[in-house]
Design a binder for this molecule. Structure first.
Ligand code: XMP
Length: 539
């Protein structure tokens, strides 16, 4: 799609090891491949396909026809992308893909590339088109089966198909884009200039459903309950009688990983919780409680708070904080793991967005590695084999799986918490005293958000301890104490986010409680920046 590239690469790692987990082949035998031409929506397309109970993978745009055949997909979807087909560095696909007889749906740039490759022409529109458009549908067969004659669609393009390639016909158009939906008369090749994957396109999900079921003949075999069953049995086969170590943070990914492993191998699982002293209030005991409530597996808790505070002393630079925390984490984990006799595997809660091999160009959005990978070097340093049972799943699928596995809602719906913890929320240098203030204030915020029943409606909420002090008055005395900021955001993917419109009376309650109850804080601010240009965390 012709829009600025997002810096969404922060969830992609080029270091991610390949295919080291139990895969669920039987479930994935109805596979759809999304070819990524650099779209910020490639993951969204894959999610929409999985919403239709069809397994979907994202692959590079330049995948060869031979590799495609080897994966036996039921269909291919070409994503949008920021390029114009006429750019010298425009991402292309293997033209042989059009000869395979596999159904193809080209979206935006994917449609333009299809038309261009098959002999049509693409031209810049007189005016770029962003936003809603009214689509008139002429052909209600297959793709538009059951549709009304007009729907709203979401457009975002600078170029569009001007002349159709031979053998193609128009299914639908808008006033400015006459060929907004096209199909080949005899081959299963379709193109859409608009984006069915975004929620602004009315019936976008139905359109994707129609392509998958009416055109590609999918039957919808991808269900998380089957996934859980199969993964557990595959883990059992793979691990045999060996021991597995799993790092536990209390977050949803590591909890679901542990739950799957526990169901597969029970007492052969040992979990390690490193308390780095940067956790939230009472977090260590909460994680232990959750763990012992649900598993009878071996849990080792490492109290490493002093070690982390020591290595962070006097460090102000956020990236240096992350580097030191990552290093200390590996050291602590290694030390503890080596005490566990006979361990052969290390389990990690790697998710699908971390392992997608995609991107339009070597310097494209997907080429950058997530700066946040805190424990990237852990498996290599320990010499264990990796088990990554969640590496085929998106975050919301992990949550659903957690529920399937019987984990409690409050655990499954916990807001994400960054690996470096409170260190990146305590601006400047880190001290025990500052962390304590932050913990108290944060606890009040979360309690009040939960009491207002807004925890699930917000994606992440926390307090940041600022470095600035300000003048206040308490009783009859003048104070000169810390200011804190409340950060609360709503987001689908954490790549873009908007600040949450929390009710004023909730904000007032939080502010009053923090100032009254937390010693050392006399001012509370609310962060109303969206991402981009701000980030979610302050450091
Ligand atoms: P930003 O601040 O980049 O955050 O908008 C996006 C999401 O990533 C989380 N985050 C991190 N997670 N280690 C992590 O494991 C990190 O160093 C880190 N920094 C940010 C952040 O909490 C948000 O969910």
């Amino acid at each position: 799609m012709n829009s600025p590239q997002s810096n969404s690469s922060d969830t992609q790692s080029e270091n991610a090891p390949k295919n080291q987990t139990a895969s669920s082949d039987a479930l994935q035998n109805e596979r759809v491949l999304v070819l990524d031409f650099g779209s910020q929506f490639a993951q969204l397309i894959a999610r929409r396909v999985r919403d239709q109970n069809v397994y979907c993978e994202i692959v590079r745009h330049d995948i060869s026809a031979q590799s495609v055949m080897a994966r036996k997909p039921m269909a291919l979807i070409f994503s949008g992308g920021p390029s114009s087909v006429y750019d010298t560095r425009a991402p292309k696909c293997d033209p042989k893909l059009f000869e395979l007889g596999i159904p193809i749906l080209g979206i935006c740039y994917g449609m333009q590339l299809t038309a261009h490759t098959l002999g049509g022409s693409v031209q810049a529109c007189p005016t770029r088109e962003y936003g809603r458009a009214r689509l008139s549908i002429k052909d209600m067969e297959k793709l538009f089966a059951g549709f009304p004659s007009e729907i709203d669609v979401w457009m975002s393009h600078g170029d569009q198909v001007q002349k159709l390639p031979e053998g193609f016909e128009t299914l639908a158009g808008t006033t400015t884009c006459p060929h907004a939906a096209v199909k080949h008369q005899s081959l299963p090749i379709f193109g859409l200039q608009f984006h069915p994957e975004v929620s602004h396109t009315a019936l976008g999900g139905t359109l994707i459903h129609n392509f998958l079921y009416n055109v590609a003949g999918c039957q919808g075999r991808w269900h998380l309950s089957n996934f859980a069953e199969q993964t557990i049995s595959q883990l059992r086969d793979k691990i045999g009688s060996d021991r597995v170590i799993c790092g536990l943070s209390g977050g949803v990914d590591s909890s679901v990983t542990a739950a799957l492993l526990y169901k597969a191998i029970g007492p052969q699982l040992t979990c390690i919780l490193i308390d780095n002293g940067l956790l939230r209030k009472d977090e260590q005991s909460a994680v232990i409680r959750e763990f012992t409530d649900h598993f009878q597996a071996d849990l080792r808790v490492v109290n490493a708070s002093e070690r982390f505070l020591e290595t962070l002393a006097g460090i102000r630079d956020p990236q240096e904080k992350r580097r030191r925390i990552g290093h200390a984490f590996i050291e602590c984990f290694k030390q503890e793991a080596l005490k566990i006799n006979g361990a052969k595997y290390l389990a990690q809660g790697t998710l699908y967005p971390d392992v997608i091999e995609s991107g339009a160009a070597p310097d494209g959005p997907a080429a950058t590695i997530k700066l946040h990978h805190n424990v990237g070097g852990l498996p290599e340093q320990l010499g264990f084999d990796l088990v990554e049972p969640l590496r085929d799943l998106f975050k919301d699928e992990v949550r659903k799986l957690g529920i399937e596995l019987g984990l409690p809602e409050h655990l499954v719906w916990r807001h994400p918490f960054p690996g470096p913890g409170l260190a990146v929320r305590c601006l400047g240098d880190i001290t025990q005293a500052k962390l304590d203030v932050l913990r108290e204030a944060d606890e009040i915020l979360i309690t009040e958000i939960k009491n207002a029943n807004l925890y699930r409606q917000t994606s992440q909420a926390f307090v940041v301890l600022l470095e600035s002090q300000s003048v206040g008055v308490m009783g009859d005395s003048r104070t000169y104490e810390n200011a804190v900021a409340i950060r609360c955001v709503n987001t689908d993917d954490f790549m873009t986010a908007d600040w949450s419109r929390l009710p004023y009376d909730l904000l007032a309650r939080v502010s009053t409680r923090i100032i009254n109850e937390v010693r050392g804080v006399n001012r509370v601010c609310y962060d109303i920046s969206s991402k981009p240009p701000a980030t979610i965390e302050w450091e």
